[in-house]
Design a protein around this ligand. Structure first.
Ligand code: ZN
Length: 241
């Protein structure tokens, strides 16, 4: 079976310039995410960093990507609008997209959602209890009823997104907040999964359950429903081809 081609986009800023993030992810968060996917064996992974030419997301890279992972935070505004448009077009064509944590405010996610994608947040290192609220979903495969991250950034509702097609995970924080942490959407022919955890100063991407979610999300988002669709002037001759 052909491996799914996954590209991991990382802003790669905190990972280089924030002491705590550097200590937590000495090779960058993209490396921890890549390790999780590579350990599974079903993916061919590539890394795209924001300061690469075209942010590492050239036409050729996008054309050869089945699933794009996205982590960004403080440099969302510096992502080139032309690249954003190309990424969104590829999602509409059928490329899967997995948006992580503060990627909720990325241009790509906001454009695909059409809402502000705003939320409440607090960096107090609360405990996060992540409940599996749709256990029948493929992204929940092998996950327990709930799992905990001892310290994470808190996100709270209301999360200003369109109603997701499916909510797979929901978080409770020790400060009392609730949050829809694992949300599925379809846009055009593409599948989108938003996953909340993943603050840069906590070792979240080393957590075994989080890694299982990343793998399941890549498989789910990368599953193609059919061939790339034809749109536009359609001749009856096409039926004979
Ligand atoms: Zn954060």
């Amino acid at each position: 079976m052909n491996k799914l081609r996954v590209t991991i986009f990382n802003e790669n800023h905190h990972d280089r310039f924030n002491e705590k993030a550097k200590a937590t992810y000495p090779n960058g968060m993209h490396s921890a995410i890549k390790e999780a996917l590579d350990a599974d064996g079903r993916f061919e992974t590539t890394v795209a960093l924001q300061d690469m030419p075209s942010h590492g997301l050239t036409d050729e890279v996008l054309e050869n990507t089945d699933v794009l992972f996205w982590w960004g935070h403080v440099l969302h505004g510096e992502v080139d609008d032309a690249i954003v448009a190309k990424v969104c077009d590829r999602v509409l064509q059928g490329m899967g997209l997995v948006v992580l944590h503060s990627g909720h405010f990325s241009k790509v996610f906001k454009k695909l959602m059409g809402t502000t994608c705003n939320l409440k947040w607090r960096e107090s290192g609360d405990l996060e209890r992540i409940w599996t609220v749709k256990p029948s979903h493929p992204i929940a495969a092998g996950l327990p009823e709930y799992f905990e991250l001892p310290h994470e950034e808190t996100y709270g509702e209301h999360f200003d997104i369109p109603d997701p097609d499916e909510v797979v995970f929901a978080s409770w924080f020790s400060g009392g907040e609730l949050f829809r942490s694992g949300c599925c959407f379809e846009r055009g022919n593409g599948k989108i999964f938003y996953f909340r955890p993943g603050h840069e100063t906590f070792p979240t991407f080393y957590d075994e359950n989080v890694r299982k979610v990343l793998v399941n999300a890549a498989i789910w988002a990368g599953a193609q429903g059919g061939v790339r669709q034809f749109y536009g002037h359609w001749l009856s001759d096409n039926y004979n081809k």
